[in-house]
Design a protein around this ligand. Sequence first.
Ligand SMILES: NC(=O)c1ccc[n+]([C@@H]2O[C@H](COP(=O)([O-])OP(=O)(O)OC[C@H]3O[C@@H](n4cnc5c(N)ncnc54)[C@H](O)[C@@H]3O)[C@@H](O)[C@H]2O)c1
Ligand SMILES: [Zn+2]
Length: 384
Amino acid sequence: MRSCTLKTTIHFEGNALSRLSTIEYKKVFIIADPFTVSSGLINQVTKHLDTAGAKYTVYSDVVPDPSVEKVALGVAALLREMSPCVIAVGGGSAIDLTKCVRQYANKLHPDYKPYFIAVPTTSGTGSEVTAFAVITDTEQNIKHALIDDFLLPNEAILDVEMVKSVPASITADTGMDVMAHALEAYVSTEADYFSDMYAEKATSLCKHYLVRSYKYPQTHENKAREKMHVASCLAGIAFNAVSLGLCHSIAHQLGAQFHIPHGRANAIVLPNVIAFNAEITEKTIVLENPSSCVSKYANMSRRIGLIGYDDIACVKSLNYFIRSMQIEMGMPVCVRDAIPDVSFEEYLSRLDDMAEAALLDRCTKTNPRVPTKAEVIEIFKEIW
Ligand SMILES: NC(=O)c1ccc[n+]([C@@H]2O[C@H](COP(=O)([O-])OP(=O)(O)OC[C@H]3O[C@@H](n4cnc5c(N)ncnc54)[C@H](O)[C@@H]3O)[C@@H](O)[C@H]2O)c1
Ligand SMILES: [Zn+2]
């Protein structure tokens, strides 16, 4: 038997944030990305809490890729307030910090289970609907993925007003994270009807709207940003159900060791992992025993409107398309362009540790092809 559970209530389109004006809690603890505070964006949230008559505290000690230390500080701040409702406002970093803070506050006070609402301000991680949180051990340069149903928000609010200010480069990074989530969930060893459906729709929305969303600062095309906000959430639902794969395991290492933004790292690795999983190189014309992921990648390629005369050509089209999106959005397509200050020798010296950590990463378990350490090292070398 298999099961599919969706816990989070999702509010989207229209004036989705107005949901907060009917909130029943009178004391709220907000954990917000500092940009939302300095720019005044947080007022889009607090004005509705004012209407609801709720008092709130805004805590904004949030940094990209939250660390264990930041979680400890957040737990102390939340326990001082003991608010019955917690709202995360920000990208994956603010939402993940909130998840960890709430989780550890609960571990210290088992009766304390604050209601949890996530308001994403980037369109990428899907963290607003996942039972995952990524936390960084800054001493050992390792990213740990926590998985627990308690991390799942009760509600997620997708309001385009919160993502209009995202700069083009962050739109590119976070949007490619959506592609990576959808494509990795689609070929996960756990993939099922439900996850496939969410992954297909998310990938199709990325195909049509990611580059348009990137161009938003010139075009002000709200529709593109709104669609990508939904795509991010759909991909989050897909990978929350069936997990991810080797692309994320490798990207986690690039993030922890070299601070390459999460989505940018995934974008660099994704075509190489697709090629590895499908066992298809530029020169491949025939496969003796194609793995089942070949037909899945090919199917996704056709569904989003790419062409190829057979499955192998369709997989190649998918990879060319991913690279062309990166180029159109001015993204680095290899590691050396993403970290120009790091030498190849320095990179090589960390490969062994990074490959071992990538193999141990929980995402590797559901990759459609089981990699060896030598194969992971080879991928790290290819992407340099
Ligand atoms: N929990 C999950 O399911 C999950 C999934 C994937 C990734 N992650 C984690 O999420 C983190 C990355 O999250 P992210 O990609 O959303 O980036 P982020 O939250 O780190 O934010 C990136 C930058 O964008 C800025 N920003 C955020 N919203 C903005 C807005 N509306 N306007 C202007 N600037 C804005 C932030 O201040 C920050 O400088 C990583 O730590 C990654 O490991 C978590
Ligand atoms: Zn991701």
